[in-house]
Design a binder for this molecule. Structure first.
Ligand SMILES: [Zn+2]
Length: 513
């Protein structure tokens, strides 16, 4: 059996003006590129490929690697970057023809500087090489914006069911099983999908509490237990992408039973649609959040989540509203991960460890995440910025935020501010511990993260507060200047409607039915 694999994964926030470049993909710890056999370095990691490789071994299947590239969420991907990796994947597949199946590892919400649907382009390119009869199957992120072309060129998708995405390995394994069964002729995947006229905030897709999306996902798990069902997926979509096909979608794959797939995809969509009013998220004002944390009993650990400036949602990473609030409140025992500000990092490094510096930090990237804030503090640590992840997501891989400094503001026991060259997504305790901060011993942990922080930080937190600060991953979707999104769409348009009769607004052309 000859199964070839590769992929490109990035999540595009189209409100981020800075494009995502080839250099970003190639920056170790910010991006990852595995070419050929080097891809097997991901064996045993808490990644999609970690699960794929383990499952391949269990199934006795050898995989032929091409190129896999991923990078931190950010702005639209440049053509240079996309074409480079697409060409490597396509050449890699062509070089080993004939193949029996293709496993493409995708995110599902990647847009290019000149094209909205990168996954559609990649799938089409691979389909052209392998022909119509070789199954192409892909695992997808829960934040996929499902496009018509993706459906047209793939045989089956299976999405993550957890947010934080602690089930990446499991999803990769599931996708490979689907593919191997199809290649062996044991199943014939039949896929149906629904695109709802509904966008929802990331924060309402969380699965560590009974969010509205989780209700549908719980049902998807039940559905997967039914005879003849190969995969059931509820995609929350990625709302910070102003694209015609952004939004909630469902996908069900059955064994040669298109009508069953259709009705189950409809059922999952109906659960989401009926819950549409419940998806609203109401973040807490900065001063109120800080006051509540400061008033809490000794020993409390409050997580103040800067959900609108989430590095993992491709924002600026330099939002200052919560820092300004901490300074105004003269906060103590507060640690912040992190503000991206390369100029401030350089200034602190030039001053040296132990020096007192006064400088403007943050708010320099795009004017959408609060103005720069003047701080005075002592440079306590200078770090090259990379560390090994050991937490619930991506364990065994390296994260880097570029050179990082720790600035102590207000003396010992005051505010510990991390300044970094690159934006990060603090989704595990190492984002503090690597820089000498013990998160369980701080009253306030300020995190630039929409939701991924929850897997590691909820267990140590007395309380988690989603803070209302400005930024391009804000849950207040009504405030975004959407222009390309299809309309009407809920909640932007009160008259948006969906019923089983109108379902997927004409997207059926490619459905494999
Ligand atoms: Zn995601």
């Amino acid at each position: 059996m000859r199964i070839v694999t590769g992929g490109i994964a990035q999540e595009t926030n189209t409100f981020q003006r800075q494009p995502t470049t080839l250099a970003d993909f190639l920056h170790p710890g910010f991006g990852y590129v595995g070419r050929g056999e080097a891809l097997f370095d991901l064996e045993g990691t808490g990644t999609v490929y970690g699960g794929v490789f383990a499952e391949a071994q269990a199934l006795g299947v050898e995989l032929i690697p091409t190129t896999y590239a991923e990078v931190m969420p950010g702005g639209r991907v440049t053509r240079e970057a996309f074409d480079t990796f697409r060409d490597e994947i396509v050449a890699g597949v062509r070089a080993v023809l004939p193949v029996d199946g293709v496993l493409l590892v995708l995110h599902g919400a990647m847009a290019l500087e000149d094209h909205d649907d990168a996954e559609g382009l990649l799938l089409a390119a691979v389909r052209e090489v392998v022909g119509p009869d070789v199954p192409i199957i892909a695992p997808l992120d829960l934040h996929t914006n499902l496009s018509p072309e993706m459906i047209e060129w793939a045989d089956a998708f299976v999405g993550y069911k957890e947010y934080p995405h602690i089930d990446m390995p499991e999803t990769g394994a599931h996708a490979l099983r689907l593919l191997v069964d199809a290649v062996r002729g044991q199943t014939r995947p039949a896929m149906a999908h629904v695109n709802l006229p509904l966008i929802v905030a990331n924060q309402a897709m969380v699965t560590t509490w009974q969010s509205p999306l989780k209700r549908a996902i719980d049902r998807a798990r039940e559905v997967e237990g039914q005879p003849g069902v190969l995969a059931a997926t509820v995609l929350g979509g990625f709302p910070f992408a102003d694209l015609p096909f952004t939004g909630v979608a469902t996908i069900v794959v059955t064994d040669d039973a298109p009508a069953l797939a259709r009705s189950l995809a409809d059922e999952l969509a109906a659960i989401c649609w009926e819950a549409r009013e419940d998806f609203a998220i109401h973040p807490t004002p900065v001063d109120k959040a800080i006051a509540e944390a400061m008033a809490a009993p000794a020993g409390s650990v409050y997580v103040l989540a800067d959900v609108a400036d989430s590095g993992a949602s491709g924002t600026a990473g330099d939002g200052t509203a919560i820092l300004a609030g901490l300074l105004a409140a003269n906060a103590r025992s507060a640690a912040m991960a992190q503000i991206m500000d390369a100029a401030a990092v350089a200034a602190c490094i030039a001053a040296g460890v132990g020096s007192e510096v006064s400088l403007e930090v943050g708010g320099k990237h795009d004017g959408l995440h609060g103005p720069p804030v003047v701080v005075t503090g002592t440079v306590r640590l200078i770090h090259e910025g990379s560390f090994l992840l050991t937490g619930p997501m991506g364990a065994g891989t390296v994260a880097s935020r570029g050179r990082t400094v720790l600035l102590a503001i207000g003396g010992p026991g005051g505010i510990e501010l991390q300044l970094s060259e690159l934006r990060g997504h603090p989704d595990e305790l190492t984002y503090f511990r690597a820089f000498g901060i013990e998160p369980t011993e701080r009253r306030m942990l300020v995190l630039k993260s929409a939701a991924h922080f929850r897997a590691a930080f909820e267990p140590i937190a007395t309380q988690v507060i989603e803070v209302d600060a400005p930024g391009i991953s804000s849950p207040k979707l009504m405030a975004f200047d959407y222009r390309a999104l299809r309309r009407p769409i809920y909640p932007l348009d009160a008259d948006a409607s969906w019923s089983l009769a109108v379902k997927d607004w004409g997207l059926r052309k490619g459905a494999k039915e």
